[in-house]
Design a protein around this ligand. Structure first.
Ligand SMILES: *[C@@H]1O[C@H](CO)[C@@H](O)[C@H](O)[C@H]1NC(C)=O
Ligand SMILES: *[C@@H]1O[C@H](CO)[C@@H](O)[C@H](O)[C@H]1NC(C)=O
Ligand SMILES: *[C@@H]1O[C@H](CO)[C@@H](O)[C@H](O)[C@H]1NC(C)=O
Ligand SMILES: *[C@@H]1O[C@H](CO)[C@@H](O)[C@H](O)[C@H]1NC(C)=O
Ligand SMILES: *[C@@H]1O[C@H](CO)[C@@H](O)[C@H](O)[C@H]1NC(C)=O
Length: 339
């Protein structure tokens, strides 16, 4: 009774129940910011995305040596004092080294992530090396109650999916003050991590473009009790009880076709939980035919994400369409390669 007498701390509450519903306009906005992380200067993308009267400024940007890729882990944090919101953005790696494939893509979750479950040790290293920059802005008393968006493309999505639960579990923000949107995110942790993540982050979207290969890596443990129907490609769902292997967190938003304006998407709440077998997991991934899967990884909302960002999100830029030939295209270098 009389609960209304308990005054909330003064803040302009940004997030609410509406944020548990996927908002494509917002996802497009965050894709712009994720692309901007590939540029040495995110400002042009930011200016093309936020109206100037919202006064969105870069509070910090960082680029630190991250041994798992032998290249920097980078990103930036914006603050709008008008909207009272913070956006934490991580960049995908730019390396073209084979080490990526030999490293994270085949490595199962093995590092404890602050008591939240096991995560991929390469991503944990990247997280640990960038955490102080994130924490530094969120700790700033001037922004004490600002709600926080966390986003990133590719490996930047993996770093976002580690920073976000830690923001909540370390008490920097409450669970309804953090919202995650990632693009082409790999599996960052195991089932235990996934369950804890879902408890900590009610507002979380993992956008996947068609056959993008990266969300399939590292592999999950397959549910061997499943019998593929006649005529299927033999694809198997993830085992929803195994704590070995990678396991995704909520909530996949799967675009089965392309991502041009008006393209349909699925909200993947089916089973197994967080690895909905009617979404991206449904099709078998052939590692001998990765050309299109890599193109799908690099292209979200009809832009080639790294190039779009490096070009300052200029709306007149044009991009090559999907490849028409099959085959194995240098998997690693074309996933992440420098132009
Ligand atoms: C979706 O996001 C856009 C951009 O941030 C915002 O203007 C709009 O109000 C949001 N829609 C809903 C229903 O929350
Ligand atoms: C993203 O950037 C493009 C190109 O500059 C711009 O036209 C578009 O409005 C931006 N999207 C959002 C949702 O702000
Ligand atoms: C942020 O605050 C926490 C405690 O509130 C402290 O442990 C941490 O060192 C601070 N981080 C930075 C980067 O100032
Ligand atoms: C995108 O997919 C739609 C069907 O959903 C199709 O009509 C359209 O031609 C495709 N666009 C491109 C550029 O491939
Ligand atoms: C890849 O392997 C599958 C299964 O072995 C085969 O059906 C398919 O034709 C191969 N694709 C290419 C491009 O070689």
């Amino acid at each position: 009774m009389l609960l209304f007498l308990i005054f909330p701390t003064v803040t302009l509450a940004l997030f609410g129940p509406q944020d548990s519903v996927y908002n494509e306009t917002e996802a497009k906005l965050l894709l712009n910011l994720s692309a901007a992380a590939y540029s040495t200067d995110p400002t042009p993308c930011i200016q093309r995305t936020f109206p100037s009267n919202e006064n969105t400024q870069v509070a910090t940007s960082f680029s630190v040596k991250c041994d798992f890729v032998g290249n920097p882990c980078a990103g930036y944090v914006t603050v709008s004092t008008v909207l009272q919101q913070i956006t934490v953005v991580f960049r995908g790696t730019k390396t073209n080294s084979q080490l990526i494939l030999e490293g994270w893509a085949t490595t199962q979750p093995s590092s404890d992530f602050y008591g939240l479950g096991l995560v991929n040790r390469y991503f944990k290293t990247g997280h640990d090396k960038t955490w102080d920059y994130v924490q530094g802005v969120l700790n700033n008393t001037q922004y004490a109650n600002y709600d926080v968006y966390v986003t990133g493309h590719s490996l930047g999505g993996a770093l976002a999916a580690l920073a976000a639960p830690r923001i909540v579990s370390s008490g920097l923000r409450q669970r309804n003050q953090v919202k995650v949107t990632t693009f082409g995110e790999p599996r960052v942790g195991n089932l235990v991590f996934s369950k804890n993540y879902d408890q900590l982050l009610p507002y979380s979207f993992r956008v996947v473009h068609s056959t993008d290969i990266v969300p399939h890596l590292p592999g999950c443990v397959k549910d061997l009790s499943y019998v593929p129907p006649e005529g299927s490609d033999g694809s198997m769902p993830c085992d929803p009880v195994s704590t070995n292997g990678g396991y995704h967190h909520a909530l996949e938003i799967w675009y089965p076709m392309n991502m041009t304006t008006g393209s349909p998407y699925n909200v993947c709440t089916g089973s197994p939980h967080d690895e909905d077998f009617t979404c991206s997991d449904a099709a078998k991934v052939y590692f001998n035919d990765t050309t299109l899967a890599i193109w799908n990884h690099r292209n979200y909302f009809a832009v080639e994400v790294p190039d779009f960002g490096k070009g300052g999100c200029n709306p007149t830029m044009t991009f090559e369409g999907p490849p028409t030939t099959q085959g194995i295209k240098g998997l690693v270098s074309s996933l992440f390669g420098r132009k």
